[in-house]
Design a protein around this ligand. Structure first.
Ligand code: CP
Length: 326
């Protein structure tokens, strides 16, 4: 059972903490600084000794109330590559199973004085809540269908590495936009850097209020430079809610197959994939797939985010030079 207690608490004393809660809080300068820091860390990972002493003595707590492979593993490895101590708590198997509230869980982990709490939670606003009740810097690793800001940043990084300039790119996001925190974060991030977005999918899964062109016609993806595929997020659909007649029909009408793509058209997917539903294996495994690149980007972008919330600026040469003696 997951309980989010929302009673008001006085904000912690001291200067305001830097958090990463939503792409809406970022400026274009913030994005450029974070991507630049990620590039610097990527260069550091080319070295024989990959560990940097940058966050030595800091504690990063990863608190996950939903399943995760990519986000949880990359945050943990990012913290370790920067020499921080890490503590990972997954709600399953923790005292959340005994009814402990998010407030009490956050206060309990907060008693260890973590510098950063990375949180994934099914309820919108849970990261903001943890930021209010603890003294830690908080990073949103996904809250309900609201936000997944580090996914958007790692996708911008992946696109920049692949395409160079982001300004003027056209990305078609295909699939279950309605339940997607990734799509909401991407739309804001793409707007910041001048990427045009078209949303494509079944009518019931295309919210009309989002600031992008929308179409149900899968042929529209051929105009895009990049096709960004989303899975059906059944964990956010209520019992008995049907948005498409069947997965077989969804796949037939909106599944991404080699026949639906132009030669050389790039394909992205945040993962996890449901091969044979929203994406054909021949697409997922093709040389034009950037899916593994996205996972690699996740590590360096999350290193940059941890560094940035803690230091508030571009990565310093001293932090990297120290790696030579570590
Ligand atoms: N993209 C993403 O958030 O993947 P995980 O759920 O595996 O973390």
């Amino acid at each position: 059972m997951i309980r989010l207690v929302t009673d008001d608490l006085r904000p912690p004393a001291g200067p305001p903490k830097r958090h990463l809660l939503s792409v809406a809080d970022l400026t274009r300068d913030d994005v450029e600084r974070l991507l630049g820091t990620a590039r610097t860390f990527a260069a550091s990972l080319e070295r024989h000794v990959k560990k940097l002493p940058t966050l030595k003595g800091h504690l990063v707590v990863n608190l996950f109330y939903e399943s995760s492979t990519r986000t949880s593993s990359s945050f943990e490895l990012a913290a370790k590559r920067l020499s921080a101590d890490t503590l990972t708590v997954k709600s399953a198997g923790s005292s959340v199973d005994k009814g402990e509230s998010l407030k009490d869980t956050a206060l309990t982990l907060g008693a260890y004085d973590p510098d950063v709490i990375v949180i994934r939670h099914p309820q919108i606003g849970a990261p903001q809540f943890v930021a209010r009740v603890t003294d830690a810097h908080v990073v949103n690793a996904g809250d309900g269908k609201h936000q997944h800001p580090t996914q958007a940043l790692l996708d911008l990084y992946t696109l920049q590495e692949e395409c160079g300039s982001l300004e003027g790119l056209h990305v078609a996001i295909v699939g279950d936009v309605l339940h997607s925190r990734v799509a909401r974060s991407l739309l804001q991030a793409f707007a910041l850097v001048g990427i045009r977005t078209t949303l494509v999918g079944p009518p019931a899964l295309l919210p009309r209020e989002l600031p992008a062109e929308t179409t149900t016609d899968i042929e529209a993806i051929r105009d895009a430079d990049v096709v960004y595929v989303l899975r059906m997020q059944s964990e956010r659909m209520g019992p008995g809610e049907n948005y498409v007649p069947s997965l077989r029909e969804y796949s037939a009408r909106w599944g991404i197959t080699p026949e639906r793509l132009r030669p050389g058209q790039k394909v992205m997917h945040p993962g996890p994939m449901n091969r044979g539903v929203e994406i054909d294996s021949r697409v997922a495994d093709s040389p034009d797939s950037l899916i593994t690149n996205e996972v690699r980007s996740g590590l360096v972008v999350r290193m940059a985010v941890l560094y940035d919330v803690l230091t508030g600026g571009p990565v310093g040469v001293q932090a990297l030079a120290a790696a030579e003696v570590a």
